[in-house]
Design a protein around this ligand. Structure first.
Ligand code: CO
Length: 208
């Protein structure tokens, strides 16, 4: 992909939008009111809008390596705070994907420098679910399961924040755990049972 091609693509995109609606960009520039906050992986193959078939304005998006929600990460914490507290989204999606390089790296003993503290959070997910994961003998199945469990733990991390706890109580904000399967293109709802998971741990994390 040549950089100059991107600007050509942009011109034809503008034309196609204007042919559909001559006021398209006037409307787009008036403001945003997304219903959904999407937290996904930075992986170039896991697009946010394209795989969901949504339009500009529909989804507030945050992407990082392995779709992590880390309490000390000012970036993801600010995104969640703004999306929930100001934009008043009604859904938060954590979307992982099979074949995630970040998850794979965290399963291997290797020094990756600045990435170490980031990936350590995935190693922590492994530790929390050690008993279940160690029972899976097939390595690729274990890898897939860690992708899913990481999504589940990041959903829990979302619920640890005060802004989300308030919104769940006051306006029924929903948190969803999904996985994207690149081999088929399918988006899978993990149907994380938050009621059950949270009933065991909410006493520890509730903030009021
Ligand atoms: Co990834």
């Amino acid at each position: 992909m040549k950089i100059s091609q991107i600007f050509k693509n942009n011109e034809s995109w503008i034309q196609s939008k204007l042919e559909m609606d001559s006021k398209y960009f006037d409307k787009l520039s008036t403001g945003q009111n997304p219903e959904i906050l999407y937290v996904g992986c930075s992986d170039s193959r896991v697009t946010a809008e394209e795989l969901m078939g949504v339009q500009p304005g529909d989804v507030f998006v945050h992407r990082n390596i392995a779709n992590m929600v880390i309490g000390l990460d000012l970036n993801s914490m600010s995104v969640i705070d703004y999306a929930v507290g100001n934009l008043k989204v009604n859904h938060i999606v954590i979307c992982g994907h099979y074949g995630c390089g970040g998850i794979k790296a965290a399963m291997e003993p290797q020094d990756l420098g600045i990435l170490n503290p980031w990936l350590r959070n995935i190693r922590d997910v492994y530790r929390i679910h050690h008993d279940e994961l160690e029972q899976i003998k097939d390595d690729s199945k274990k890898y897939e399961r860690l992708v899913e469990l990481n999504v589940q733990e990041q959903c829990i991390n979302v619920i640890k924040t005060a802004v989300v706890q308030k919104a769940i109580k006051s306006r029924d904000l929903k948190v969803h755990g999904w996985v994207f399967d690149m081999k088929t293109g399918k988006l899978v709802d993990l149907k994380v049972n938050f009621k059950e998971i949270l009933s065991n741990i909410m006493e520890i994390y509730r903030l009021d």
